[in-house]
Ligand binder design. Structure first.
Ligand code: NAD
Length: 267
C-alpha cells in the first residue's frame, strides 16, 4: 500500500480523494490551512517551505504520489495574487520540494488539478500563464490585476492553464526519475467551492448558467473526480504520462469539440 500526499484534503474533491485512498488501504498525509496532518498557508513561499519540511518529516524515505487540490475560485474582491500563488505555486513549489521523495518511490505518480475553465473561459491572458511557468508570480498577478473587477475571473484559468502546461511540458523530465506526471481538469463539481461560488456577486450567475450547459445534465460529484485521480495514482495507468484528462460531464467537448487535435505545422 502506498503513501500519498494531498493538499486541500480538508474539503471537497481533496477530502473525497483522501477517503477513497484510505478506503483502498493507503496512507494519506493531508496538507491544508485547517483540519489536516500538516497545517500551512500555501499562498506564501514560507508556508510552502514549511509544508515541504513537515511532510518530509512525516513521510519516511519515499512517497508514492502527490496531488495538490488546494485551490481558490474566482470571487468578488479576491486578489488575483491569492489565486496565482495558491493554485499554481502552491502546487508546483510543493511538487518540486517533494520531488526527491517521489523519485525515491517505486514508480510514483503526480496528478495536478487543472480545470475546464482553461478551455471554456474566454480571453484569459496567455502571457500571465507563461509568467507562472517562468516562476514569476508577481508578473502573473500584475497582468491579471489589470482586468480590475474581473481580475480573479482571469487569474483562475491562468493558474489552471499554467498547471496543465507544467504537467504537459515537464512530464518527460519527471518520467526519467520514474515519476509520472499528469493532470485532471474537472468541470463544475458539487463541493463547498461551488456552493459558495453560486452566492458570489461576481461569478454566481455565470456558475448557475454553466451547470445548465453541461451535456450530462448535472454537476459532478467529488467522488467522480476522486475515481479518476485514484486511477492515475494506481497501477492501471502506468503508461499514462503527460496527459490532461477532463472530468466535466462533456462540457469541454461541447464547447471546443474540434480544437483538439491542433495540426502540427512543421517548419
Ligand atoms: P474546496 O473549496 O472544497 O476545497 C479547497 C481546499 O483548499 C479546502 O480544504 C481549503 O481549506 C484549502 N485551502 C484554501 N486555501 C488554502 C491555503 N491558503 N493553503 C492551504 N489550503 C488551502 O474546493 P474543491 O471544489 O474541492 O476544489 C479542489 C480543487 O479542484 C481546486 O484546486 C479547484 O480549483 C479545483 N477545481 C474545482 C472545481 C469545482 O467545480 N469544484 C472545478 C475545477 C477545478
Amino acid at each position: 500500500m502506498g503513501t500519498y500526499v494531498l493538499t486541500g484534503s480538508a474539503s471537497g474533491i481533496g477530502a473525497a480523494t483522501k477517503a477513497r485512498l484510505e478506503a483502498d488501504g493507503h496512507r494519506v498525509i493531508g496538507v491544508d490551512i485547517r483540519d489536516a496532518d500538516v497545517i500551512a498557508d500555501l499562498r506564501t513561499p514560507q508556508g510552502r517551505a514549511q509544508a515541504v519540511a513537515a511532510v518530509t518529516e512525516l513521510a519516511g524515505d519515499s512517497l508514492d504520489g502527490f496531488v495538490p487540490f488546494a485551490g481558490l475560485a474566482p470571487a468578488a474582491g479576491r486578489p488575483s495574487a491569492d489565486i496565482i500563488e495558491l493554485n499554481y505555486f502552491g502546487a508546483v513549489d510543493l511538487l518540486e520540494g517533494l520531488r526527491p521523495l517521489l523519485a525515491a518511490g517505486d514508480g510514483a505518480s503526480v496528478v495536478l488539478i487543472s480545470s475546464n475553465s482553461t478551455t471554456t473561459s474566454p480571453g484569459w491572458p496567455v502571457e500571465a500563464a507563461e509568467a507562472c511557468l517562468a516562476g514569476d508570480g508577481r508578473k502573473a498577478a500584475e497582468i491579471t490585476s489589470e482586468f480590475g473587477d474581473l481580475a480573479s475571473v482571469h487569474a483562475y484559468p491562468v493558474s489552471k492553464a499554467a498547471v496543465a502546461w507544467y504537467a504537459r511540458t515537464k512530464s518527460a523530465e519527471y518520467i526519467r526519475d520514474g515519476i509520472r506526471l499528469n493532470a485532471v481538469a474537472p468541470g463544475i463539481i458539487e463541493t463547498p467551492m461551488t456552493v459558495v461560488g453560486r452566492e458570489d456577486p461576481l461569478v454566481g450567475e455565470a456558475m448557475k448558467g454553466f451547470v445548465g450547459a453541461v451535456p450530462a445534465g448535472r454537476g459532478g460529484r467529488p467522488e467522480e473526480v476522486a475515481a479518476m485521480v485514484a486511477f492515475l495514482l494506481g497501477p492501471e495507468s502506468t503508461y499514462v504520462v503527460g496527459s490532461v484528462l477532463f472530468v466535466d460531464g462533456g462540457i469541454d467537448a461541447a464547447f471546443r469539440g474540434k480544437d483538439w487535435p491542433a495540426v502540427w505545422q512543421v517548419g
